[in-house]
Design a protein around this ligand. Structure first.
Ligand code: DAH
Length: 342
């Protein structure tokens, strides 16, 4: 009997020693199995109870239970210690320094086209214009016919057109918006219509199959060429600076009569001639003219009562000039290092 007591003390001491040295939950579980498991050292003592005299069994039973309780208690304490230690370790290794300055997120940037367009819109809204839009997929009728460009007109070949069907195309200009707005018949009209246009051009430094124009249209009673010149002169000075001069050269567009192209004095050299204006002193900016009476008629207006002027500006052209970009392709590369410069 005293042999059992001795054995129990030995098991308990050895278990306590191993538990104390346990360095993790895995090790602790191994010890649990080796002591309290089915084939464990303490369990084997319990199994040998059958050799103990009947009157001694309660006493021996209590020893075994006490030993078991002691070992379990120690294991529980150790489990808590191990868990706390591993939590502390995690807390230390996963610390976040909330006082560190944040990494600034990479922001996008407004595109030079957008900046230029907003500038043009600001100028015309300031003069009482509305900003309107028309469809990019357009009828041949609006893109050409109603603008005085009938079938077989050479202007149709000049603007290499993407046709979808015989009657439907990708608009080659924003001018069809003129016809659409005039047809609505709400007068007077003072509008600009920015948007994307398409031409079957090869990509190079000055061409792209898709680019942008801003159309302008004014229709009212008593509008004259002086209104056109005055308006576009203000536009040029607002856009390129107060010293900018304008020059109107006779030109031809089917939907205006008379028609002109407007040049502005070079804002780099002030008109003396430099590399920027190729020695000319002038830079071509836009096409314009008085709306052709036949166009007014085709759009349901009486040319004897109403008249007006129109103009068309290339948005990329303005962006390239204003920001001194020498290759149009840069505008479409979507490179943030380029865009960030404007
Ligand atoms: N639509 C013409 C083009 O793409 C530009 C233009 C010229 C528009 C004269 C106009 C205008 O409204 O009056 O070449």
């Amino acid at each position: 009997m005293s042999g059992i007591e001795e054995k129990l003390r030995e098991i308990q001491e050895q278990a306590a020693e191993e538990i104390r040295r346990a360095d993790g939950m895995d090790r602790l579980n191994e010890i649990r199995v080796s002591v309290l498991g089915k084939k464990g050292s303490l369990t084997s003592v319990l199994k040998s109870m059958k050799d103990v005299a009947a009157e001694d069994r309660p006493k021996v039973g209590k020893w075994v239970n006490d030993a078991r309780a002691g070992i379990e208690q120690l294991m529980e304490e150790t489990r808590m210690r191990i868990e706390e230690e591993s939590m502390n370790l995690r807390l230390r290794s996963e610390t976040v320094d909330v006082t560190l300055p944040a990494r600034t997120p990479r922001r996008g940037h407004r595109h030079p086209n957008t900046i230029a367009l907003e500038e043009v819109e600001r100028i015309f809204i300031g003069m009482g214009y509305e900003v309107l839009e028309g469809p990019e997929i357009e009828y041949d009728e609006y893109n050409f016919t109603k603008l005085n460009i009938p079938a077989n007109h050479p202007a149709k070949d000049e603007q290499d057109t993407f046709y979808i069907t015989d009657e439907i195309l990708l608009r080659t200009q924003t001018s069809p918006v003129q016809a659409r707005i005039m047809e609505q018949g709400k007068l007077p009209i003072r509008m600009i219509a920015p948007g994307r246009v398409f031409r079957s051009d090869e990509v190079d430094a000055t061409h792209s199959p898709s680019f942008h124009q801003i159309e302008g249209l004014v229709i009212d009673k008593g509008i004259t060429l002086a209104d056109l010149k005055g308006t576009l002169d203000v536009f040029a000075r607002e856009l390129f600076g107060p010293d900018t001069k304008t020059k109107f050269r006779p030109h031809h567009f089917p939907f205006t009569e008379p028609s002109a192209e407007m040049d502005v004095s070079c804002f780099k050299c002030g008109g003396k001639g430099c590399r920027f204006c190729k020695g000319e002193g002038w830079i071509e900016i836009l096409g314009c003219g008085m709306v052709h009476p036949h166009v007014l008629e085709m759009c349901g207006l009486d040319p004897n009562e109403y008249g007006g002027f129109a103009f068309g500006v290339g948005l990329e052209r303005i962006a390239l000039l204003k920001y001194e970009i020498d290759d149009m392709r840069l505008l479409y590369d979507n490179d943030i290092r380029f865009l960030n410069q404007f």
